[in-house]
Design a binder for this molecule. Structure first.
Ligand code: NAD
Length: 498
């Protein structure tokens, strides 16, 4: 059976004491095993990072950027292979898998501009003969801990910027689909990055704890579920590290009475069910404003959802494929049962779905649940599956309040033709990323990604200038070059007195 090894100092991690199963979600079988490491493997990676990082930081930023330019070309040349590999372990259809890689490449393109992003500030004449300037220096060794649902994009969000800024980076990808992150690290080596600048260590909680406690790791970026995000944030910060930890989500789509309903339904079909709903920027809650809007929406949604095609991740005609594993399929189906027990109306039931010839695959049919209310647990918690809940709001105020009061605050969207309503909504809603007639408002790479409330712990976002700030520390220099005289213009006067 294929074994997926660590990538430490350009090589593997030696004989693995523990192995984890990597499934084929289309078939419900084990297709590979991944080495699960801990402190010993991490120590090896940190030693290699310590050896490589000072030289990399001293390499001028244009040269570091050139490595990223080459990496970008290599990833593009390998796009089809990467997408197939990603899709085979994750279960998302090939078009989504290519999108996963492409959205990561967008951040690499941003990181290619690192010389510009690292420029500091300068004040001439802050006092007599005194200049002040600041520079951004790499934090040293950074680590990334990533979720299963974007095994290419999220690692690239992190290491693209961290490596460009002169850091060494140790990636701990999800143990459920670990192959693509290793391929990406191999391609960065091929592009000319020194060994030790991007390494991959696999594992579960044991490896995560080793990262959180390692004294030589200065910063940690985490993306995953909220309870783990909060744990990673607290333990990492208690150990004196800087930590950004993105968590779960329950994004709402507000449908105003004047919205273009055909557009809304088309957008919802993709945003709620695409990638089997396993996106932190999926739209699993739709909020029609007013009973008439709710009825019109429901009438159009039902046939659109019934027309969705669930299939193998390799089926180019499928809208979405299986969920990640058997436990998650059971979890999603349990949430549907829970919603029903809480009084939700199961309009379309995706439980018990099976694909002919692939009965053991982890497929869940598209599900629509109406008359969901804010007190229901199935509304308050993240389901992370192909399930759309309708929560009816009587007016605009109630529609703004629903996502604002929810424990998660990752993304939200409003569908309307009314510019004033959209503007008010964007200004007032208590959520980090807002779409106006855009169902999945993932910011482009040169802006930054991050939610609010339990969707993110820490205070900097991913990528864009926020990413540059996270992976660098500012040093400020106050300088004076006296000409030898001690009086007059060159006498030392601190700026506040000047
Ligand atoms: P997860 O929290 O189970 O795993 C994330 C990472 O944490 C993995 O690398 C995993 O190995 C590690 N981990 C798991 N259990 C751990 C434990 N007990 N202690 C320490 N580390 C542990 O998340 P997942 O199921 O892989 O991903 C789905 C979740 O990620 C969803 O909640 C989704 O909303 C969220 N997500 C959020 C964003 C965002 O940007 N806000 C983006 C993508 C996914």
């Amino acid at each position: 059976m294929r074994q997926i090894d660590h990538l430490i100092a350009g090589g593997g991690g030696g004989k693995a004491a523990r192995l984890g199963d990597v499934y084929d979600p289309n078939r419900g079988t084990v297709q590979a095993q991944v080495a699960l490491g801990g402190k010993a493997e991490l120590d090896g990676a940190v030693e290699a990072a310590k050896a490589a990082q000072p030289g990399w930081a001293a390499t001028n930023p244009q040269r570091r950027a050139r490595v990223l330019f080459r990496f970008r070309e290599l990833v593009e040349a390998n796009m089809d292979d990467l997408a197939r590999l990603l899709s085979s372990e994750h279960g998302k259809v090939l078009a989504d898998a290519r999108g996963d890689v492409q959205r990561g490449l967008d951040v690499i393109e941003f990181a290619c501009g690192i010389p510009h992003a690292l420029k500091g500030e300068h004040t001439q004449g802050a006092g007599p003969g005194i200049d002040v300037y600041s520079m951004r220096q790499p934090i040293g060794i950074g680590a990334g801990i990533t979720p299963f649902n974007f095994p290419a994009m999220i690692p690239m969000w992190m290491f693209g910027v961290a490596v460009a800024a002169g850091n060494a980076f140790i990636l701990k990808p999800s143990e459920r689909d670990p192959s693509v992150p290793v391929r990406l690290a191999e391609l960065l080596l091929e592009a000319g990055a020194p060994e030790g600048i991007l390494q991959v260590v696999h594992g579960d909680k044991e490896m995560v704890d080793a990262i959180l406690d390692h004294p030589d790791i200065a910063g940690i970026s985490f993306v995953g579920s909220s309870d783990i995000a909060q744990y990673v944030y607290s333990r990492g910060v208690a150990n004196g590290k800087r930590v950004q930890a993105m968590g779960g989500a329950k994004n709402h789509g507000i449908v105003m009475p004047d919205a273009d309903m055909d557009m809304v339904v088309n957008d919802l079909a993709g945003a709620a069910f695409g990638s089997a709903g396993e996106r932190c920027m999926a739209l699993p809650v739709v909020v029609p404003v007013g009973e008439d809007t709710a009825q019109r929406l429901r009438d159009k949604l039902i046939p659109a959802i019934q027309a969705l095609r669930v299939g193998l991740s390799t089926d180019e005609d499928a809208h979405y494929g299986p969920v990640i594993n058997a436990a998650h399929k059971a979890r999603v189906e349990n949430w549907i049962a829970k919603a029903q027990a809480e009084g939700g109306e199961i309009v379309i039931d995706g439980r018990g779905f099976s694909l002919q010839g692939h009965e053991q695959g982890y497929f869940v049919g598209p599900t629509l649940i109406d008359h969901v209310t804010p007190d229901m647990e199935s509304y308050r918690e993240e389901i992370f599956g192909p399930v759309l809940q309708i929560v009816r709001a009587k007016d605009f105020e109630e529609a703004v309040a629903l996502p604002s009061k929810h424990q998660y605050g990752n993304g939200v969207a409003i569908f309307t033709r009314n510019g004033h309503a959209a503007r008010e909504f964007a200004a007032r809603v208590n959520v980090g990323m807002v779409g106006i007639n855009v169902p999945i408002p993932v910011p482009v790479a040169y802006h930054s990604f991050g939610g609010w409330k339990r969707s993110a712990f820490g205070d900097t976002n991913q990528h864009g200038m926020e990413g540059v700030r996270f992976w660098t520390k500012v040093k400020t220099v106050t300088q004076r070059w006296p000409d030898g005289s001690v009086t007059g213009e060159n006498a030392f006067v601190i700026p506040t007195m000047g």
